[in-house]
Design a protein around this ligand. Structure first.
Ligand code: FES
Ligand SMILES: [Fe+2]
Length: 334
């Protein structure tokens, strides 16, 4: 039900444009439980299609691909161009007879999905009825006007594996700072609770922190900087670690108690940081995510309890973002 009402009827974050950097690059993804493919065409535009062959439904691509001239289904080699148009149906009408009377290639292209790209992030609207992407993004774009997107460099993609928890626990956890001094006692030692504030703006929820006295030792082993944490409902997770670091998570719900998670770490600036910096930053983020995963997996296990039927309580100050998230979920499901 959430696949259909929460994910398919909203703009949903589906993937990273830098992973298909050149024409002919393509990759399979899953959105709202459905197999889709992202592909860059010869005009350098990104298209999104259902990854379902129009013959008998096999996935057209099963792994990330580079420099394809066309998309060839691995089952019977039906062939589509990079815009999803069906071009060849080998031997479909008999040996060496590639056409069938009454069957037209034109009507059997891959089914396309409404999509849009904002910088490195590919969004899809499966139902095709969401408001314009610009409008959806406004609560973030209006808050990051100082961010130099022209100098955004992906440094690393962390595969954070399958978290044994519902996707909503991960979102709730990201948008509240209440747990930070406890769960990330060391890893976020430079982000005291007192300096956080909450962000609740319709479908944009999160929190921020303005650190009064950032440490100046250049350490990359602890979070100690001013930060903006945003989630655009349902699954676009965006953290700006001022001034020059960005993190974006892709959370893909696999089952009610399993969520796949990746994080891309970006540098904002003209120079590319060295490998040692990237390694230390990656280790820090692995550590922070591991701390969060242990907590959300504990929340998931606790859901077996008969005394948690009401879901517990929320802080009227630190968890206003969680409350808003619950409202967004309830409204989507209504
Ligand atoms: S299912 Fe794709 S060619 Fe047969
Ligand atoms: Fe956390």
């Amino acid at each position: 039900m959430e696949y259909e009402r929460v994910f398919a009827r909203n703009w949903t974050f589906a993937g990273f444009a830098h992973e298909i950097p050149h024409p002919g690059d393509a990759m399979p993804v899953q959105v709202a439980g459905q197999p889709l493919l992202l592909v860059r065409n010869t005009a350098n535009e990104i298209g999104v299609f259902h990854n379902v062959c129009r013959h008998r439904g096999h996935a057209v691509i099963t792994a990330p691909c580079r420099g394809l001239k066309s998309l060839v289904c691995p089952y019977h080699a039906w062939t589509y161009d990079l815009d999803g148009n069906l071009k060849r149906t080998p031997h479909f009408g008999g040996y060496a007879k590639h056409s069938v009377d009454g069957f037209s290639l034109e009507n059997h292209g891959l089914k396309s999905v409404r999509s849009g790209v904002w910088h490195d992030w590919i969004f899809v609207d499966l139902a095709g009825e969401a408001p314009a992407l610009d409008k959806y993004l406004t609560p973030i774009t209006s808050r990051v006007e100082d961010l130099d997107f022209g100098n955004l460099k992906p440094l690393a993609k962390l595969d954070l594996g399958v978290v044994q928890a519902n996707w909503k626990f991960l979102i709730e956890n990201f948008v509240e700072p209440y747990h930070v001094p406890i769960v990330h006692r060391q890893s976020a030692a430079g982000q005291p609770l007192a300096e956080h504030y909450m962000i609740v703006d319709d479908h944009c929820i999160g929190c921020g922190i303005d650190v009064a006295e950032p440490r100046e030792d250049g350490s990359r082993d602890v979070l100690d900087m001013s930060t903006r944490y945003f989630v655009l409902f349902p699954n676009f997770v965006f953290g700006w670690y001022l001034p020059n670091q960005l993190g974006v998570h892709l959370n893909v719900p696999l089952a009610p108690d399993r969520t796949q998670q990746w994080r891309v770490i970006y540098h904002i600036g003209e120079q590319t940081p060295n490998a040692e910096y990237v390694k230390r930053l990656s280790e820090l983020w692995q550590r922070v995510h591991r701390e969060d995963h242990e907590i959300v997996e504990g929340l998931q296990r606790a859901r077996a309890s008969s005394v948690l039927e009401d879901g517990g309580l929320l802080s009227p100050y630190w968890e206003t973002s969680v409350r808003q998230f619950h409202k967004l979920v309830v409204n989507a499901l209504a």
